[in-house]
Design a protein around this ligand. Structure first.
Ligand code: RB5
Length: 151
């Protein structure tokens, strides 16, 4: 199961991505938005990131105008590794090195065809673990320390 969410700036691209995910036979949970009215990206990032953080879904995709706002919000959630990518290489690295469980894209930055290719590259790539796991473990430790008020 994969969750998708966008604001008005990412709606068109979210629709294109959903079609591509359906074409791959994936079950998609759409957390909105569902029309072009101006909305606040934190509300939609929250829904998708919370679902990933709780383990309700394995992966999420968030789209706003630039992807920046969605990334900032999603990375507040424990266990969420949200990666803002702007090309296929970044989408590949987001999985291979960062094991990103949320891919963030900019609807006003990327052509639809490229964005769909990036989603497919991210889904088809495999986390390499090894030395990268040591780094992810450090991120998990930091999350705990921040929550414990260590800083
Ligand atoms: C909305 O206009 C825009 O600020 C939003 O989509 C996003 O780009 C924020 O980071």
């Amino acid at each position: 199961m994969i969750a998708v969410g966008s604001d008005h700036g990412g709606l068109e691209l979210k629709d294109a991505i959903q079609a591509a995910l359906a074409a791959r036979g994936l079950d998609v949970d759409d957390y909105g938005t569902d029309n072009g009215d101006s909305v606040d990206y934190p509300d939609f990032a929250e829904k998708v990131a919370a679902a990933v953080s709780r383990g309700d879904v394995e992966l999420g995709i968030l789209v706003c105008g630039t992807g920046i706002g969605m990334s900032i919000v999603a990375n507040k959630f424990p266990g969420v590794r949200a990666a803002l990518a702007t090309d296929e290489f970044m989408a590949q690295m987001a999985k291979e090195h960062n094991n990103a469980n949320v891919l963030v894209l900019g609807g006003r930055v990327l052509a639809k065809d490229l964005a769909v290719k990036m989603v497919n590259v991210w889904l088809d790539s495999t986390y390499e673990a090894g030395r990268h796991q040591r780094r992810l473990d450090k991120i998990s430790r930091l999350e705990k320390d921040v929550r414990a008020g260590k800083f």
